[in-house]
Ligand binder design. Sequence first.
Ligand SMILES: C[S@@+](CC[C@H](N)C(=O)[O-])C[C@H]1O[C@@H](n2cnc3c(N)ncnc32)[C@H](O)[C@@H]1O
Length: 388
Amino acid sequence: MPPSIPNPADLPLPAPDALAHSARLAEHIREAIRAAGGLIPFSRYMELVLYAPGLGYYSAGARKFGAAGDFITAPELSSLFSRCIARQCREALTAIGGGSILELGAGSGIMAADMLLELQALDSLPEEYLILEVSADLKQRQRQTLATKATALASRVRWVDGLPDTFSGVIVGNEVLDALPVERFLKTHTGHEQYCVREAADGFDWSTRPAGEQLAATLAAFETTLTAPLPAGYVSEICLGAAPLVSSLAAVLTRGALLLMDYGYPRNAYYHPERSMGTLMCHYRQRAHGDPFLYPGLQDITTHVDFTAVAEAGVSSGLELAGYTTQAHLLMALGVAALAGTDMRATQQVKLLTLPEEMGERFKAISFTKGIDAALSGFALRDLSRTL
Ligand SMILES: C[S@@+](CC[C@H](N)C(=O)[O-])C[C@H]1O[C@@H](n2cnc3c(N)ncnc32)[C@H](O)[C@@H]1O
C-alpha cells in the first residue's frame, strides 16, 4: 500500500531552479493533456514525467540516487551487491565459454563500475560491458562514474541505443522493470475504468473513464489468470511494457542468462484482495508517499513488479526459468557474508541488503538461461519459482 499522501509543507522544499524545471515539465504535460482533449492515461503521464526528453525525472539532471537523492538502490547502498551479481555473471559466462555483459538502466553507473572491478579481480572480465540506458543525462553520469571509479576499465564499456541483433552473455538489470510506465485501473461491477490525468487548478488530478476496447480486453484476459476475480472497487495497475521488454531480451539472447532484480511479488500476491489500492509509490528525498502529482519531474514514481508476468514472458519467448528468489537468499547464496568478512561497515551493509525488514525480502531476483545446463548458484539456497 502506498503511504498516505504527504502534506507538501512537511517535505523539503525544492530549490528555485528545481521548481522552475518542474514548472516547465508541468507545462509540457499540460500541452499533452490539451492535445489529447483533456485527459491522458496515467501510463502516458508516468512516461512523460519520468522520461520526457530533457525534462523528465530520469532524463534531466535531478540527483535521484544515493543518500543525497530521492532513494537508494542496492548497488548504491553497497558494492557488495554488485560484487555478488558479478560472481553470478562470471559463473554464467564460464558456462558458455565467455561472452559479454549487457546492463539495462544503469542509473549512476555504480553497478557497472563495481562489477567490472570485481570481475577484474577474479581475472574474468567480460569481452565487453554494454549499457542500454534511455536517459541521455544518466549516460553522461555513468561515463563520469566509470571514469573516476574504474578508470582503467572504462574503455571496456560501450553504450548502445538499442538492443544488439544478437547477444551472447549475461543481461542484467536492477530496478528497471519498476520504472516502466503502468496503466492504473479500477475494477467496477460492469468492467474496468482506466485512471487518467487531467489538469487541475494547482497542477494535476485523477480522472477515470471506461477502459478502451483493447485495455478492457487485456484486463479481462489478465483477470482470468488470477485465482479469483478482483472485487468491484479494487484499484491496481498493470505494466504492459514489462512482457514485451523481457521478450525482446529473450529474442536477442543466443546463449547465456538474463538476471533481473526488483521489488515485487508473484501475481496472486500482487493482486491479493487486500492490496486493494495497488503499489504505486513515489520517492522524494528519501520519503515514500502516494502522490504522483507532487513536484513533477523532481520525484520518482514506481510500482512493484508482477514477477509471474516476467516469468511467463521469458518462458514463452524460449528461455528457461533458472530461478526466482529473495534478494537476501540470492546474495547469501553468492557469498555476501564471506565478502563482507569482519569489517563492521560491510557487515552493516549486509544487514541492510538482507534483513527481511530492510531490503532482503521485498526485493527479488529472477533469472532465465538459454543454452546453460548447470544451475545458477544464486538460486541454490532457496528457489521460489513454484510460487510464480
Ligand atoms: C530506478 S533506476 C535504477 C538504476 C540502477 N539500475 C540502480 O539500481 O541504481 C531505473 C533505470 O532504468 C532506466 N530505464 C528505464 N526504462 C528503461 C528501458 N526501457 N531500457 C533501459 N533503461 C531503462 C532509467 O533511466 C534508470 O537508469
